[in-house]
Design a protein around this ligand. Structure first.
Ligand code: AMP
Length: 213
């Protein structure tokens, strides 16, 4: 199964991608996670993209396509994969088409998780993540764990720099301008499905499961 999870920042793509990964045993490929780990390691790539992530602007397509191509050719992707946060522009979608051709893959499904913008802003300003393992914490659902320490790895729980309200608005604008056109791109190719992301996490997952099985 080869799946793209599409949707604005904060609709729950990462959460759903992890559930699909666990149930179907295929890797979640999050370009945002890959970039954040490069920044954390202070690699050459990390240094190049750091300020772009802080501002909420997109990293150039060529950099992203190189990262994704390298990742998709790893053996754990041969049985399938979930793309989370990629593609984000028409040019990236076209680049992905070429990568998939090289991999002889034609069965791709695209699921948009949809949530209205006001609800997204509320969710993102209440999102915290573990600075070590990346686990998501939602302050709207639960109070933070004691001492702001991750329940999985004991890492420190922080707010992402780009989850502050001005940057969120910028990221939503970028989403509308650059990424939303992908909806009609994939609709034309008959690969497009939509689920309502305001439902409970389990219900969203059930709907995704129905689409992919
Ligand atoms: P995310 O974790 O998916 O919200 O991504 C965080 C940030 O990483 C975005 O605001 C962009 O700056 C960058 N980024 C992640 N994925 C992509 C992509 N496919 N294309 C361009 N920039 C990306």
């Amino acid at each position: 199964m080869n799946l793209i999870l599409l949707g604005a920042p904060g609709v729950g793509k990462g959460t759903q991608a992890k559930l699909v990964m666990e149930k179907f045993n295929i890797p979640q490929i999050s370009t945002g996670d890959i970039l954040r780990s490069e920044i954390k390691e202070n690699s050459e790539l990390g240094q190049r993209v750091k300020s772009l992530l802080e501002k909420g602007t997109l990293v150039p397509d060529e950099i992203i396509l190189e990262i994704v191509e390298k990742r998709l050719f790893k053996p754990d992707c041969f049985r399938g994969f979930i793309l989370d946060g990629f593609p984000r522009t028409i040019h990236q979608a076209e680049g992905l088409e070429q990568i998939l051709e090289k991999m002889h893959i034609s069965n791709l499904k695209v699921i948009e998780i949809y949530v209205q913008e006001e609800a997204i802003i509320e969710r993102l300003t209440n999102r915290r993540i573990c600075s070590n393992c990346g686990k998501d914490y939602n302050l709207l659902l639960n109070s933070p764990p004691p001492n702001n320490t991750c329940i999985i790895c004991n890492g420190k729980i922080i707010q992402r720099d780009d989850d502050k309200v001005d940057t969120i608005r910028k990221r939503l604008l970028v989403y509308r301008r650059e990424t939303e056109p992908l909806i009609s791109y994939y609709k034309k190719r008959n690969k497009f499905y939509r689920v309502n992301g305001l439902q409970e996490v389990d219900v969203v997952f059930e709907e995704i499961e129905k689409i992919i099985t």
